[in-house]
Ligand binder design. Structure first.
Ligand SMILES: Nc1ncnc2c1ncn2[C@@H]1O[C@H](COP(=O)(O)OP(=O)(O)O)[C@@H](O)[C@H]1O
Ligand SMILES: [Mg+2]
Length: 244
């Protein structure tokens, strides 16, 4: 049973540059995928295509085996939730943000679950009545994650979701998301430029370079990179070096 898949996906930019062409992958069971690429190769774009926040130039994306066209975009995004690199808070308190999903869907707010997630995100001491706008970037990012997890998505599309976190909070978030995978069977797609993180969290690696995508088992990717581009990328330590 396919959870999330894409076939022959192509994205060309208005100026004519093709970011990637004919890329395909299929996530058949809940797992954690690290999406790696040098900067500017289209990681965020691919993630946004998978959240129906952008349109492909060709090819198809499917969720639960069903093409995007048969889904209501909002239902799709609830099931395959995109977590942006720059977390955006709704105006109002932290409680208001964390409860956004249940308000939107008229579901009861599960305060215990929210508290557990906040604790696991390292936000146990945070006052929920505080204005969300007062939070630091890293705190916003974690509140945004908790907000997404409250909806119990089948897939979380994480765009550098830990980029503004200190080491301690980053590990807390990795733990929180590992729990979501183990307990809720939430598939995780992590865009990260942090190779150590990719090694820790990824069971598969999607490596995007030169317009193509290599889908590897993570251990194999790091042991025997699938291309020269991947080898160079690993040698550079996966830093956001500018590609030629
Ligand atoms: N809608 C768009 N219009 C024009 N350029 C875009 C658009 N979306 C992405 N790009 C460009 O495509 C390139 C890849 O972007 P992005 O997906 O953000 O890469 P990455 O996340 O791997 O760094 C960048 O040069 C970006 O400016
Ligand atoms: Mg990006």
């Amino acid at each position: 049973m396919s959870i999330l898949s894409f076939t022959a996906l192509t994205k060309s930019l208005p100026g004519g540059r093709t970011l990637f062409a004919d890329v395909s992958a299929d996530i058949e069971e809940p797992q954690s995928v690290a999406l790696l690429a040098p900067s500017g190769q289209g990681k965020s774009t691919l993630l946004r295509l998978l959240a129906l926040l952008d349109e492909p130039s060709g090819g198809e994306v499917r969720l639960d085996g069903k093409p995007a066209a048969v889904w209501h975009p909002q239902a799709w995004r609830r099931r395959a939730a995109y977590v942006a690199q720059q977390a955006v808070m709704l105006p109002g308190t932290i409680a208001h943000n964390v409860g956004a999903f249940s308000r939107l869907h008229g579901a009861p707010f599960d305060r215990d679950r929210a508290a557990k997630l906040m604790d696991a995100a390292g936000l146990a001491a945070t006052d929920w009545e505080k204005d969300a706008a007062e939070l630091s970037g890293g705190e916003k990012q974690r509140v945004a994650l908790v907000r997404s997890l409250m909806a119990r998505p089948a897939v979380l599309l994480l765009d550098e979701a830990t980029a503004s976190l200190d080491e301690h909070s980053k590990l807390a978030v990795e733990g929180l998301l590992a729990d979501a995978l183990a307990a809720e069977r939430t598939t995780l797609v992590w865009v990260t430029h942090d190779l150590e993180q990719a090694r820790r969290v990824g069971s598969r690696v999607w490596f995007l370079a030169g317009g193509g995508l290599a889908d590897s088992e993570a251990e194999a990717f790091f042991r025997e990179p699938p291309s020269e581009a991947a080898e160079r990328f690993l040698k550079r330590g996966g830093t956001e070096a500018v590609p030629p």
